[in-house]
Design a protein around this ligand. Structure first.
Ligand SMILES: [Ca+2]
Ligand SMILES: [Ca+2]
Ligand SMILES: [Ca+2]
Ligand SMILES: [Ca+2]
Length: 502
């Protein structure tokens, strides 16, 4: 559950009763402002009549508010393109929102946002990598998911864009804290909060002190939180690099979930422990700051958490373990946090795992997304395998979907998909690295989350995104779609479109 379903449920439910009205906001003028080569429609998004409403189909099974920027009930996909050239500045970066619909992601109903977009603070800067990370949730409590966007250059800070019936509007600067901002209800009051990390500076063999802040929601549109909380609970402070306003790092926050089932969201967190060792931990949310719940060391891939075994505690799934980057570890949640001993480690030899025998170093878990696709109350686990060979094509990449069971992740009924799978647009090529990022989101509103997956290296690192429909059994390639930055009239060259997906 990296995507924060809970805070918005309470905070946003009030607003939802009027969503039927918004189904028919057809015909709003499309205003596309060409700003430095980035076509932007932030303030004039085309609002299309909802296809389901027009055709008398049932309306969308409402997406979690945290996943729905325009409040129409369909989850929307955000794709980062930190390599994109904006206003002539190489690798300035941008994000693209493609809005969900009854037919899935609608590339005609999209927004592109960069530092050159009108209303967004700052300006396009070479190598800033805007869109390197981002998170969604309803920070101001108006019922629409807001988007906070970080940058590869942490000192550039973050930007909050505000959701509305017409999509993202405005732009509020969050100075200094540009590293992997995350939105979640960390103190459990029903209102989404903002967890912030600053620039860790240069790192050697030892951990460094990294600025960190926890902003209690709701936030005003000028970026003022209701209160500034200590990032870490006092019990975690030490002389090294942990205090109210810092944490030892370099650290990145990778997602939001509730591993101890207390109704307060927790951060899924990657941080440097020194001597070349990274650990994948959970930071447990509380009204007095985070406490650390230790997970496994040494992972090289992505991580996310969701309730794989259906016991009410979200379980941490960490990819890219072992020297060969071929192991995935599941650490089960408990009422006290991550279990110290109940863990499951598997690789592609898991019974039932389909496809050809793996070669070394395929990076199982290059992306990880943990959500219930089938609807049985146990989360599925999507795992990128970005360096998987397809026949003799090296590093063509693939993505797997595995089911949760009472005992944990099972290979039974699992699926592996690559660009050569029938029904998947495109052709597997060497070094496409399909499976770079993935996000399980219900973009067509049928109640089953869909598998959205990227290849950042497609077409000379322009990148592209695929969307595969979720079903009661897993995913299907029926009606599979794909698009790249060119399809969105976005900057193409070296954009690495889809580096992050949410
Ligand atoms: Ca939507
Ligand atoms: Ca909002
Ligand atoms: Ca919690
Ligand atoms: Ca669990």
């Amino acid at each position: 559950m990296s995507h924060g379903r809970r805070p918005a449920e309470r905070g946003g439910a009030r607003r939802r009763s009027s969503s039927a009205v918004r189904f028919t906001t057809a015909g709003a003028a499309l205003v596309v402002a060409a700003v430095g080569g980035l076509a932007t429609g932030v303030f004039g998004l085309p609002q299309k009549a909802d296809a389901a409403a027009e055709q008398g189909k049932p309306p969308a099974k409402k997406a979690d508010v945290a996943e729905d920027i325009n409040g129409d009930g369909y989850a929307d996909l955000v794709s980062g393109a930190p390599g994109g050239t904006v206003s002539g500045k190489a690798k300035a970066g941008y994000v693209a929102v493609t809005y969900g619909s009854a037919e899935g992601l609608d590339t005609a109903n999209k927004q592109l946002v960069s530092r050159s977009t009108s209303g967004v603070p700052g300006g396009a800067t070479a190598k800033q990598g805007f869109g390197d990370s981002f998170s969604r949730g309803d920070l101001d409590g108006d019922g629409y998911a807001d988007l906070v966007v970080g940058s590869a250059d942490a000192s550039a800070g973050s930007v909050i864009l505000w959701g509305s019936a017409k999509g993202l509007t405005g732009g509020t600067a969050v100075p200094e804290y540009g590293t992997t901002p995350q939105i979640g209800d960390f103190d459990g009051d029903g209102q989404a909060d903002l967890a912030l990390l600053g620039d860790p500076g240069s790192s050697g063999d030892d951990p460094v002190g990294q600025p960190a802040a926890l902003w209690k929601g709701p936030l005003t549109r000028s970026g003022t939180p209701a209160k500034k909380l200590d990032f870490l609970d006092k019990s975690e402070w030490d002389d090294e690099n942990n205090s109210a306003t810092s944490i030892s790092g370099p650290s990145t926050a990778r997602g939001v979930a509730d591993v101890n089932g207390d109704g307060r969201q927790d951060l899924v967190f990657w941080r440097y422990e020194g001597d070349g060792v990274y650990s994948s931990d959970a930071l447990l949310g509380s009204p007095s700051g985070f406490t650390v719940s230790a997970g496994p060391d040494g992972a090289g891939g992505d991580m996310d958490a969701g309730d794989v075994d259906g016991d009410g505690y979200d379980d941490l799934v960490v990819g890219g373990g072992s020297d060969l980057f071929d192991e995935v570890t599941v650490v089960f949640g408990t009422k006290d946090g991550l279990s110290p001993d109940r863990r499951q480690t598997f690789d592609q030899s898991l019974e039932g795992f389909p496809g050809e025998a793996p070669s070394d170093g395929e990076m199982l878990g290059s992306c990880v997304s943990v959500e219930d696709v089938t609807g049985d109350g146990r989360a599925e686990v999507a795992l990128g395998i970005r360096w998987k060979n397809s026949g003799d094509k090296n590093d063509a990449g693939a993505v797997a979907l595995l089911h949760g069971s009472e005992k944990g992740v099972t290979g039974e009924g699992s699926q592996v998909v690559d660009q050569d799978t029938a029904g998947v647009p495109g052709v597997a090529e060497e070094h496409d690295e399909f499976g770079a990022a993935c996000a399980l989101l219900d973009v067509d509103g049928d109640g089953h989350r869909d598998l959205n997956v990227s290849s950042t290296e497609e077409n000379d690192s322009a990148g592209a995104v695929w969307s595969l429909r979720g079903t009661t059994k897993g995913v299907t390639t029926d009606k599979a779609t794909s698009f790249g930055p060119g399809d969105l009239d976005a900057p193409v060259t070296g954009a690495q479109f889809g580096s992050s997906l949410r």
